[in-house]
Design a protein around this ligand. Structure first.
Ligand SMILES: [Zn+2]
Length: 584
C-alpha cells in the first residue's frame, strides 16, 4: 500500500534523526505517565497569550480529566468523541493531549482543522507557544529542519496539520485529530473528509481518532452528534451538595430557576440550581464544588473501550462569561422569542447539544443556509431585481458566475429613485428588471434613460412561463406561480437533488454532475433577507398547501422573495434574448 510506504520512509528518517538527541532526554520522554497527571505536572502555558495561569490545571476544567486520560491508546484502536460549547476548554484538551502524545507516545499524527487559515492561526497562537515551552520539544524547534510548511518533524515523531479541504490521502498515521468537524468544508462528489480522516489510521493496530467539536445546527445534520450517538455517551453530571448524587447533567440548564421583576427582567440573585431528585436549591457560590465533585455518567459503558464519548454543557464552566445569569438569559431569549437563531445559540453554545426541535421554519432555514458559499471574485454579469412598494424599493443584486449559477451580492431598500440609481452604479449592474404593477408611471420614467432595465408584470393567464408584452418590448409578462415554484425549488430542492446525483455518480466512479443554475447566498446572509425568503411558506389554509405552487406569504413581508423571483424571469429572458447575441 502506497500510503503505508510513505509513512515508513518517514519513520526511517526519524530513526536517523533520533540519534541526534541525548540519551537522557530520550529516557525521560519514554517514562510512562498518564496524560492527566503528566499534563498537570509538565504542561507549560506561560507562552500562551491571554492565559490566566502559567501551568495547566484541571481545577478549572474538571470535566477535561476523563477525556484527557483517553489519549492513552496503547493496545487498542479507538475513537474519542468530545462535544461541548465554545469557551469550555476544548482547544486546551486537544493541545494537552497532543503534547502528551508527542512526549510519551510519539508517532505520526495528523491534525485536521476546518480550514488552512484556522490551522495556521491555531498553530501560531496556541500550538507553537506550548511546544516551545516544552523542555524536550522546545530546543528541537530551534533547528530549522524541525518546522515544515505545515508540519513538525521532531526526533521521534512527525505531525501534519491542515484544513479539512486539503488532500490527505497519501498520509497514514496512527493518531488523527478532527477539530470542529461540524464546520468542515464539504466537497461535492468526493468522500466526506471525516471518512477520509478515518481511513488514515487503517494500517495500525493501535490508533486513536480524536473528534472535538461544538455541535452546529440541527441534530439531523450534526456530524459530531452522529459520532457521539455511536459512542459510550458520557454526560458530565454536577454533584448535588445535599444528596451527594450525580443528578444534574451539565447540559440540563432547565434545572436553573429564577424570578423576574415587574418588567420581566431576570433577578440575578434569585437564580438557583435545583436537584431534580432531592429538590435541594443550590446557589452559584456552590458551583465550584458541584463541578469538582461531578463526573461523567455513561449511557453505554460497554462502548468505553473502543469509542468513549464525552459531552458537557455550559454548567461545567467556572468562567464569568458563562455564569448562571448569562445561561439563564440565553434560556429566556430562546424560550420567549421562539426565534430560530436564539434557540440555535441556546442549544449549541449553552447546552452543547444540536438543536432537537428546530420547528418547521428552522428546518427550512437550515436547508437554505446550505446554499451559503463564498462569493466568487470573478463574475460575468451583475443583475438587479426590484420590488416596487408604496414607500420604498426593495432590491436584490446578483452576479452570474462562470458555471451559470448566481450569487447574491446585495439585498436592501432604496427610499427614492435616486437612491436606487446609486445602488445600480455602485454595484456595476449590467441589466435589471423592475416590478411595474404598481407606481407604473414612475417605473417607466425611470426606465426611459436606462435601456438596460426592463419592466415586469405578473400575469397567470399568458399560457407560458414568460413573454414579451405586445404593448412594449421592454415589458416582460410572466406567470408568477411558475417562478415561485422555480425559486422554491432552487432554495429547497436543487442542492439535495444534486447531492443524490453526485453520490450515485460516486458509486459508479463517475465524476459528479456540474452544479448548474444554483441560486447561491453569501456566507453570512442578512437576517431580514432570510426572513423574507422564509416568509413564503406552506399554506395551511388550503388543501394540499404543502405543494410549492400553494405556498404563500405568511405576513405579506416577502419583498426580497419577489425581487428574487423577477431575477429568475430575467434569467430566462437573458438566456433567450441576450446571451445568444453575445456569443456571436
Ligand atoms: Zn440532590
Amino acid at each position: 500500500m502506497r500510503s503505508r510506504r510513505i509513512y515508513r520512509s518517514e519513520d526511517a528518517a526519524a530513526v536517523i534523526r533520533r540519534s541526534q538527541i541525548s540519551l537522557l532526554s530520550r529516557l525521560i520522554s519514554r517514562v510512562f505517565e498518564a496524560p492527566d497527571s503528566w499534563c498537570v505536572k509538565n504542561l507549560d502555558l506561560s507562552r500562551l497569550t491571554g492565559n490566566p495561569g502559567d501551568r495547566f490545571t484541571l481545577d478549572d476544567y474538571p470535566h477535561l480529566r476523563a477525556p484527557l486520560r483517553e489519549f492513552d491508546y496503547r493496545g487498542r484502536r479507538k475513537v474519542l468523541t468530545c462535544v461541548g460549547p465554545e469557551q469550555t476548554g476544548k482547544t486546551m484538551l486537544e493541545l494537552a493531549g497532543f503534547v502528551w502524545t508527542r512526549r510519551i507516545l510519539p508517532s505520526g499524527a495528523l491534525i485536521i482543522y476546518p480550514d488552512d487559515g484556522l490551522a495556521k492561526q491555531i498553530d501560531r497562537t496556541k500550538m507553537r507557544p506550548i511546544l516551545e515551552a516544552d523542555p524536550v520539544l522546545g530546543p528541537q524547534l530551534a533547528k530549522r529542519a524541525t518546522t515544515g510548511a505545515m508540519s513538525y518533524r521532531f526526533s521521534d515523531s512527525i505531525t501534519y496539520y491542515l484544513g479539512s479541504g486539503s488532500p490527505i490521502t497519501s498520509l497514514s498515521v496512527p493518531l488523527v485529530f478532527c477539530d470542529e468537524l461540524d464546520t468542515w468544508l464539504e466537497f461535492g462528489g468526493q468522500e466526506s473528509p471525516l471518512t477520509g480522516a478515518k481511513k488514515r489510521t487503517r494500517a495500525y493496530d493501535e490508533a486513536l481518532l480524536v473528534e472535538v467539536c461544538t455541535p452546529r445546527g440541527l441534530e439531523s445534520e450534526s456530524l459530531i452528534w452522529e459520532e457521539f450517538r455511536q459512542s459510550s455517551q458520557g454526560y458530565f453530571h454536577l454533584c448535588c451538595q445535599a444528596c451527594g448524587k450525580l443528578t444534574m447533567r451539565s447540559c440540563d440548564v432547565h434545572n436553573l430557576q429564577w424570578e423576574l421583576d415587574d418588567d420581566d427582567r431576570l433577578i440575578p440573585e434569585s437564580i438557583r440550581l435545583i436537584c431534580p431528585e432531592c429538590r435541594h436549591e443550590h446557589t452559584e457560590d456552590q458551583k465550584p464544588e458541584m463541578i469538582r465533585s461531578g463526573d461523567y455518567v455513561h449511557r453505554y459503558p460497554d462502548a468505553l473501550a473502543t469509542h468513549p464519548g464525552y459531552q458537557w454543557g455550559a454548567l461545567v464552566s467556572l468562567k464569568k462569561s458563562l455564569d448562571w445569569p448569562t445561561i439563564a438569559e440565553a434560556q429566556l431569549a430562546a424560550g420567549s422569542s421562539g426565534h430560530y437563531k436564539a434557540q440555535l445559540y441556546f442549544y449549541n453554545s449553552i447546552r452543547g447539544l444540536p438543536l432537537r426541535h428546530g420547528g418547521v421554519a428552522g428546518k427550512r432555514e437550515t436547508t437554505i443556509r446550505k446554499l451559503c458559499v463564498p462569493t466568487p471574485v470573478k463574475l460575468a454579469q451583475r443583475w438587479i431585481g426590484v420590488d416596487v412598494q408604496a414607500d420604498r424599493l426593495y432590491y436584490v443584486v446578483r452576479g452570474l458566475d462562470q458555471t451559470g449559477s448566481t450569487h447574491l451580492l446585495a439585498a436592501g431598500q432604496a427610499e427614492t429613485w435616486d437612491a436606487l440609481d446609486s445602488v445600480i452604479r455602485r454595484h456595476g449592474v449590467n441589466y435589471g428588471i423592475l416590478d411595474s404593477g404598481y407606481r407604473t408611471k414612475e417605473v417607466y420614467s425611470f426606465l426611459k434613460s436606462r435601456p438596460y432595465l426592463l419592466a415586469y408584470k405578473g400575469n397567470p393567464h399568458i399560457g407560458t412561463a414568460w413573454k414579451i408584452s405586445e404593448e412594449s418590448r421592454r415589458l416582460i409578462l410572466a406567470n408568477p406561480d411558475r417562478y415561485k415554484v422555480e425559486l422554491l425549488d432552487a432554495l429547497y430542492e436543487r442542492l439535495s437533488r444534486w447531492r443524490k446525483e453526485a453520490q450515485a455518480a460516486e458509486r459508479i466512479h463517475r465524476p459528479a454532475p456540474p452544479r448548474k443554475n444554483f441560486v447561491y447566498l453569501p456566507e453570512n446572509p442578512d437576517r431580514e433577507y432570510l426572513d423574507m425568503l422564509l416568509d413564503v411558506s406552506p399554506n395551511n389554509k388550503v388543501k394540499g398547501g404543502h405543494a410549492y405552487d400553494k405556498w404563500a406569504s405568511a405576513s405579506g413581508n416577502d419583498h426580497y422573495f419577489d425581487a428574487e423571483k423577477m431575477l429568475l424571469v430575467f434569467r430566462d429572458y437573458w438566456n433567450e434574448k441576450i446571451f445568444p447575441n453575445l456569443k456571436r
